[in-house]
Design a protein around this ligand. Structure first.
Ligand code: NAD
Length: 334
């Protein structure tokens, strides 16, 4: 199984590039398709790179005709919550309609196995007690979450009607970087908490805004479940083995099952970087739940997945190694 060819759509992005690295380490041949709308060519660590759009059926036909693809891992999407509110149709087009084009192409070429990057945003503002289970109600509060839930539904319907098989992985907050220091998170604009905090430590930002200090949490700031990007990639390898050995369709949460508040993250980042990291309190953002923590018991039990980078300190240390290097790169590149 290790020498199968895997198509990684969106492999020039943050999580996709870590996936490519892990697939190569595991001995797979990798084909990356990415239009570089949000990704970076220099972050693709190897394999065959094709610059192309997910919505281009003719391009997909060429990819599937030229390579014997055993499974598709689908990371390509727009994923900025605020942007999804102001440009919902862009999100439905890229995240949903373009995924239809991909699934159609897979069907034309007899490729059955699919692993999808879903998100905790499908749960919306949870009313149930936390941690969240896969069976909890999914009521997304923004178009981004709605597009991901729409794809999950489409995968289930497609699997019911054909021999297509899939695993949907609902990531909580992806964070950290590969310990090699060669790849990491380079979102432009950056909206994720840990990189924003670390950009204060590198001097790229003056302060970090804390959105909401009056939440019903122990220190008043939001609690999230941070999961290391390499642990996400590892989960895909487990999901791939599951599908390739005849396992059934499944939806899994992926988090550390432990929450950390914004204040806790800042405190640890201060300890890791030795920087003061000044903060500015700000109003709550609409649709930001007080707490989002995964119960990842299902994937642990069914696939044997277990995070290797559980400690938030390690997550921040690996991210810091990357961001301090990125900051030097930005200063020297024109
Ligand atoms: N980062 C997180 O914390 C997080 C959490 C939950 C879910 N996710 C999901 O995981 C996936 C990867 O997230 P990420 O943070 O690596 O995002 P990213 O923006 O870094 O990567 C996405 C990649 O997809 C590419 N892409 C987008 N549209 C495309 C298209 N039409 N054709 C070809 N390529 C296209 C982009 O150029 C980019 O390289 C996304 O689907 C996202 O919704 C991410």
């Amino acid at each position: 199984m290790a020498d199968e060819t895997i198509l990684v759509v969106g492999g020039a992005g943050y999580i996709g590039s870590h996936m490519v690295l892990d697939l190569l380490h595991a001995g797979h041949a990798v084909v990356v398709l990415d239009n570089l709308s949000r990704g970076h060519r220099d972050l693709v660590p190897g394999g065959t790179f094709i610059q192309g759009d997910l919505g281009d059926a003719a391009q997909l036909d060429r990819v599937f005709a030229q390579h014997r693809i055993a499974a598709v891992m689908h990371f390509a999407a727009f994923s900025l919550v605020g942007e999804s509110v102001s440009k919902p149709l862009d999100y439905y087009r890229n995240n949903v309609a373009n995924t239809v084009v991909l699934l159609d192409a897979m069907a034309r070429h007899g490729v059955r196995n699919f692993i999808f990057s879903s998100t905790a945003a499908v749960y919306g503002e949870p009313r149930e007690a936390q941690p969240l289970h896969e069976g909890d109600p999914c009521v997304p509060t923004n178009p981004y979450g709605a597009t991901k839930l729409a794809v999950e539904r489409m995968l289930a319907d497609n699997a019911a009607a054909s021999d297509f098989r899939y695993v949907s992985l609902r990531y909580f907050n992806a964070a950290g970087a590969d310990p090699s220091g060669t790849i990491g998170e380079r979102h432009e604009p950056e909206t994720h908490l840990i990189p924003l905090i670390l950009q204060v430590a590198t001097g790229e930002r003056a302060t970090i805004k804390i959105f909401g200090t009056d939440y019903p949490t122990p220190d008043g700031t939001c609690i999230r479940d941070y999961v290391h990007v390499n642990d996400l990639a590892q989960a895909h390898l487990f999901a791939l083995r599951h599908l390739m050995t005849g396992g059934g369709n499944a939806v899994y949460n992926l988090g550390n099952s432990k929450g950390h508040s914004v204040q806790e993250v800042i405190k640890l980042a201060r300890a890791v970087t030795g920087h003061e990291i000044p903060t500015v309190p700000a109003d709550r953002r609409a649709g930001d739940p007080a707490m989002l923590v995964a119960d990842s018991g299902k994937i642990r039990k069914e696939l044997g997945w277990k995070p290797r980078f559980e400690s938030l300190r390690t997550i921040i240390e690996t991210a810091w190694a990357w961001h301090s290097k990125e900051s030097r790169r930005k200063k020297t590149s024109p």
